[in-house]
Ligand binder design. Structure first.
Ligand SMILES: [Zn+2]
Ligand SMILES: [Zn+2]
Length: 449
């Protein structure tokens, strides 16, 4: 006699509860051993330990540190759902949990995502559950969501170890998503909400900005800063002027495009008594649609050239790829919401508007139905020194139940719901179109030539 969905969810939730202590300890262990993108060897090893313990067959070394484990439903064929966790940390000097050598720190809460993904896996492997599910669930531990350390990643690219600089972009390019039909993950969020907002436990967003990432290297000419500055060409002045020119574009950005441009100087000069001959900038150009991003990007390029031209320097503009705007599947969002409300009550499930940040989950959401809810269990500012997860029970255990229970809804009854969602969905891009688009957003220009 077949189990009902509610009976299956009870089995899943009991199993997650039974393992909750070790799942939370795993999240804490990852927090204490933070590693930034494409360097997550210890974190990857921790996930492999769990895959082995749970008996999950997996592929490793995907995009350097990534993993993909596969679990088959035993009730027949059906769509494949990817449940994703991100391996990487931020780099935040001064964070209380930073690695003292690398300054890596989990200031975006990705350590709870891995605990959370493993909890979903453990729950779905509870005795009696897979017998009632059709299709497959794959568990992906994906590197390098934070789009940082661009110089290091570009070096990996030049060495042929990568082509795209985000983990999910590489997973797509390498074919890891070729056999996947739907993709989900839970991201950490903060309880420190903006004035007028109430922080809820589990939150479904409207979507978020995409971006193009870039570097600019200003090339001047060094001379004695005191004795003969007129013989130099000051690359720092060129860069400063370029940043001012970028700021002067801001009145042309439309509110509805949610453009964000936020350059940093990663190299500002070498010695105070020499006119700087090499100054490097990194920036993103973010926006709500690819067209808006590309239009703003052309204004940024113009500004970079203007700074160089004014002082007689040169600039090398290096485009380093993208993250596409995130689109959440409304059908999956409503199934998720129902499960979340059962677990934490309707008052503790929220929705939020368009987000100004970016994620490479946006890339995945252009290829298939995707869902990227947040669990608000941290305090402090995302990417800041004060960002700390406080409620691990909510982040690792409760949020995983909501996700695992949604998977039960999608894949039970012959995977009827998942088949409907996939059948009614028209992807915005094919994999080939995605690769062509992304490759077009890498490249270099030297100005003047
Ligand atoms: Zn982040
Ligand atoms: Zn993040």
């Amino acid at each position: 006699m077949a189990a009902t969905r509610e009976e299956l969810k009870a089995l899943v939730n009991q199993e997650i509860d039974r393992r909750s202590e070790s799942l939370i300890q795993t999240a804490l262990h990852i927090m204490k051993n933070p590693e930034s993108g494409f360097k997550e060897t210890k974190t990857s090893y921790t996930v492999q330990g769990w895959f082995k313990d749970l008996g999950i067959a997996y592929t490793d070394n995907l995009a350097i540190t990534g993993l993909k484990g596969v679990v088959n439903g035993k009730a027949g064929d059906g769509p494949t759902i990817a449940v994703i966790g991100e391996l990487d940390s931020m780099v935040v000097p001064g964070h209380p949990e930073e690695d003292p050598v690398t300054h890596a720190a989990h200031a975006c809460g990705h350590h709870i995502q891995i605990g959370n993904m493993l909890a979903v896996a453990a729950g779905l492997l509870a005795p009696g559950v897979l017998e009632e599910l059709s299709g497959r669930v794959v568990f992906m531990a994906v590197p390098a969501e934070e789009y940082i350390e661009l110089e290091f990643r570009n070096e990996l690219r030049k060495q042929g170890k990568l082509e795209f600089l985000t983990g999910k972009g590489e997973f797509i390019r390498l074919g890891a998503f070729d056999d996947v039909d739907l993709a989900v993950m839970t991201h950490s969020g903060s309880l420190d909400s903006d004035p007028g907002e109430v922080a809820r436990d589990l939150v479904i967003g409207a979507g978020s900005n995409g971006l193009v990432a870039k570097r600019a290297e200003f090339i001047g000419h060094a001379s004695h800063a005191g004795g003969s500055p007129w013989r130099g060409v000051n690359a720092l002045n060129a860069a400063t002027l370029a940043i001012q020119a970028i700021h002067m574009q801001r009145e042309t950005f439309k509110d509805e495009d949610s453009i964000r441009v936020h350059p940093i100087i990663t190299k500002g000069g070498s010695a105070v008594n020499a006119v700087p001959d090499a100054v490097h900038i990194e920036t993103y150009v973010r926006g709500r649609s690819l067209d808006a991003i590309l239009e703003a990007n052309s204004k940024v390029d113009r500004s970079l050239r203007a700074g160089a031209m004014a002082v007689g320097a040169r600039v090398r503009i290096i485009n380093l790829g993208e993250m596409l705007p995130l689109i959440n599947s409304p059908e999956m969002a409503s199934i998720y919401r129902a499960n979340a409300e059962t677990l934490v009550g309707a008052d503790n499930v929220g929705e939020r508007g368009h987000g100004g940040g970016s994620t490479d989950m946006g890339d995945v959401s252009h290829l298939m139905p995707a869902l990227h809810p947040h669990v608000n269990a941290a305090t402090g500012q995302g990417h800041g020194v004060d960002y700390l997860v406080q409620d691990y029970q909510l982040a690792v255990v409760t949020a995983a139940k909501a996700m695992a229970n949604m998977v039960v809804d999608l894949l039970s009854d012959g995977a009827k719901s998942a088949k409907e969602i996939v059948g009614n969905h028209t992807p915005l891009l094919t994999k080939a179109q995605y690769i062509e688009l992304t490759q077009g957003l890498y490249g270099e220009e030297l100005f003047p030539k």
